[in-house]
Write a protein that binds this ligand. Structure first.
Ligand code: AHR
Length: 536
C-alpha cells in the first residue's frame, strides 16, 4: 500500500467545480465579515457552496455490499443452522434480511473474493446432502459443504430486494463452466442447463446481469499479468452470453490499489463494448502494514490520523484511475466499480485469523461516510462499489453471536446515506479547515449533496476532527429550504463500538445544530461526527 498525503499535494482544501478566483472572493469577503464581527475564527470555519444544477444520477449501486464464503459471513451469518432460534426462511436469517432491507442495499456481490476463483458452481446446486464438499483454502482451510449455493444466494437476493452480482471463476475455472452457469441462471427456453435448473425446482430464469469476470486476477485469482488477463477476459467474456431479458453487465477484475498500469492495460486491450465496468480494490489499513494492520478497537490519535489519511486517499486513487479511463473512454461509458473497499484491521483477539472478524468503531463510520462522499463526488465515473463485507467479516454492517445480532456504526452510515441512492448529484465546492495532528494535516470536513425525485435536497457532512467542532457555512444559492431537518451519528469516543450487551452506544440521533439566514445555512458539526441534512 502506498502512502499519500493529499494535504501535501493539493493543500488542505479540496474544491469541486468552483473556479478558484471566485472562491477566493467569496471566502475572503465572508471571512472578513466574520472576523470583523469577532464571531467565528476563520481557521475553524468550513465554507461550502452547493449549486442547484443537478448533473447526473448517483447510482444506487455505489451503496453495494459483498458477501464471501469467508469466516462467518455466509455460514453462521446469513445462512444458519436450522436449529438456531431465530426467524428464518429455509436457513436464511430474517433479522439480518430485515435490517439490510431497511437500508435498501442495492446489490450483493458473491461468492468472493478469493473464494470465487476456486468455486465450482455445479457443486452448489441440487439436493444439499448430495453436494460435494471442498476446502476453503483461502479462508482458514475449513470444509465448505456447499449448502449455500446458487439457489440459496438468489433467494437471499430476492428477500433483500437487491440485485445479484456474481463473480465468476476465471482462476481455476473454464470458459465452458462460466458460460454454462450463465445459461443455467438466465436462459428461459429449452436447453441442457435450463433443464437442470427446472429439475432443481426453479422454472423461471433469475436474469442475473452484474457479472464479474474473475476476482483479483493479479493475485489470488490467478497471479496473472494485466496483458495475460486482458486476453483471458476477452475469451471468457465472449462466451458469457446475453440471453433475452438478461443483458450482462460484465465487470473486469480491476486493479489492486495504485496499479494504474493494470487499468491502462485493460482499457487499452479490451473493447469498450465488452465491458460494463472495471473493478478497483482498495483497503484502508490503519498502519499501512499488512503484517500488523492495527487494532479495530484500540488506537491512539496518531494511528487514527494515519488511518483517516489512508482512507481519504480513495479520492486521489479514484481520480487517477478515472484519468486513465478517460484516455480510452472519454464519454465515460465504462463504470469504475470499486468492488472491494473498507477498513481492514487485525482480527479480534482469540478469533480465527482466517475469518477476518473485526469490531467496528466510530472511526469506521467516519471512514465509511467520507468514502461514500468521495464516491458521490466521483459518481459520473464511479457507478458501483461494494463494502467488504456485510456480516461478521472486515468492515461489517452486522455482527452476530449465535442468535444475537447487532448493527455496527458503519450500518448506521449506510442508513443515513441511503437518501443519495439514485438521487441527482449536486455540484459542491468546499473549503475546509485543517485537522492538525502533530505536524500533519488533513481536511477536517468532507461533503456531498444530491436532490431526490421528491425535490428534497440532502447534504451529507463529515467532521473527522476528533476534538474540535467545525462551524460550516453553506451557501444554498437557489436551493429551496423551507424546512430543514437533520440526523447525527457520533459517540463519546473514536473507539466507541456497539456490543451485544450495549448495542446502542453508536446510533443515529436527531440533529438541530443549524441556523438558516437567507440562503446561508450555518451548521455546527460536532467533533468526530456525521451529519445528514434534509432540505425541502
Ligand atoms: O475481502 C477479503 C478479500 O480481500 C477478498 O477475498 C479478496 O478479493 C481481497 O483480497
Amino acid at each position: 500500500m502506498e502512502h499519500y498525503d493529499s494535504s501535501e499535494k493539493n493543500g488542505p482544501f479540496r474544491t469541486y467545480f468552483f473556479p478558484f478566483k471566485l472562491w477566493k472572493q467569496v471566502v475572503t469577503a465572508f471571512l472578513f465579515c466574520l472576523a470583523a464581527n469577532g464571531t467565528i475564527s476563520a481557521q475553524d470555519t468550513a465554507v461550502i457552496s452547493i449549486q442547484n444544477n443537478a448533473k447526473w444520477t448517483i447510482s444506487k449501486h455505489i451503496y453495494g455490499h459483498f458477501s464471501e464464503h469467508l469466516g462467518h459471513c455466509i455460514y453462521d451469518g446469513f445462512w444458519v443452522d436450522s436449529t438456531l432460534p431465530v426467524a428464518k426462511k429455509d436457513r436464511i436469517r430474517l433479522d439480518i434480511v430485515e435490517a439490510l432491507r431497511k437500508i435498501k442495499i442495492p446489490n450483493l456481490r458473491w461468492p468472493g473474493g478469493c473464494f470465487a476463483d476456486e468455486y465450482h458452481w455445479r457443486d452448489g446446486i441440487g439436493p444439499r446432502k448430495q453436494r460435494p464438499k471442498m476446502i476453503n483454502t483461502n479462508w482458514g482451510g475449513v470444509t465448505e459443504d456447499n449448502s449455500f449455493g446458487t439457489h440459496e444466494y438468489l433467494e437471499l437476493c430476492s428477500l433483500l430486494n437487491c440485485e445479484p452480482f456474481i463473480a465468476g471463476n476465471v482462476g481455476s475455472g473454464t470458459v465452458e463452466e462460466m458460460s454454462k452457469w450463465i445459461e443455467y441462471l438466465n436462459f428461459n427456453g429449452e436447453s441442457p442447463m435450463a433443464k437442470i435448473r427446472k429439475e432443481n425446482g426453479r422454472a423461471e430464469p433469475w436474469k442475473v446481469t452484474f457479472w464479474g469476470v474473475g476476482n483479483e486476477t493479479w493475485g489470488c485469482g490467478g497471479n496473472m499479468t494485466p496483458d495475460y488477463y486482458a486476453n483471458e477476459y476477452k475469451r471468457f467474456a465472449s462466451f458469457a452470453k446475453d440471453y433475452p431479458g438478461a443483458s450482462l453487465k460484465k465487470v473486469v477484475s480491476g486493479a489492486n490499489s495504485t496499479d494504474y498500469n493494470w487499468t491502462e492495460t485493460c482499457m487499452k486491450n479490451i473493447p469498450l463494448w465488452q465491458m460494463w465496468g472495471i473493478g478497483l480494490h482498495y483497503y484502508t489499513l490503519p498502519t499501512g502494514n499488512w503484517s500488523s494492520k492495527g487494532s479495530a478497537t484500540s488506537f491512539d490519535e496518531p494511528e487514527y490520523f494515519a488511518t483517516m489519511k489512508n482512507a481519504l486517499f480513495m479520492d486521489e486513487l479514484v481520480s487517477h484511475h478515472e484519468a486513465v479511463m478517460d484516455k480510452y473512454d472519454p464519454e465515460k461509458k465504462v463504470a469504475l466499480a470499486v468492488d472491494e473497499w473498507g477498513i481492514w484491521t487485525d482480527v479480534e483477539p482469540g478469533t480465527n485469523p482466517g475469518f477476518l472478524y473485526q469490531q467496528n468503531s466510530l472511526r469506521d463510520a467516519l471512514i465509511a461516510a467520507s468514502t461514500l462522499n468521495i464516491f458521490n463526488n466521483h459518481s459520473q465515473r464511479v457507478r458501483m462499489a461494494n463494502l467488504a463485507q456485510t456480516v461478521n467479516v472486515l468492515q461489517a454492517l452486522i455482527l452476530t453471536d449465535k442468535e444475537k445480532m447487532l448493527l455496527t456504526p458503519t450500518y448506521h452510515v449506510f442508513d443515513l446515506f441511503k437518501i443519495h441512492q439514485d438521487a441527482r448529484y449536486l455540484p459542491v465546492s468546499l473549503k475546509s479547515p485543517e485537522y492538525i495532528s502533530g505536524n500533519k494535516k488533513l481536511p477536517a470536513v468532507n461533503v456531498s449533496a444530491s436532490t431526490d425525485s421528491t425535490g428534497a435536497t440532502h447534504i451529507s457532512l463529515v467532521n473527522i476532527n476528533p476534538s474540535k467542532p467545525v462551524t460550516t457555512v453553506i451557501y444554498l444559492n437557489d436551493i429551496i429550504a423551507k424546512t430543514i431537518s437533520g440526523q447525527l451519528l457520533t459517540a463519546p469516543q473514536l473507539t466507541s463500538i456497539n456490543t451485544f450487551d450495549k448495542p446502542g452506544t453508536v446510533q443515529i440521533s436527531h440533529f438541530t445544530g443549524f441556523k438558516k439566514n437567507g440562503n446561508i445555512l450555518t451548521v455546527v458539526l460536532p467533533s468526530k461526527s456525521i451529519v445528514v441534512l434534509e432540505l425541502r
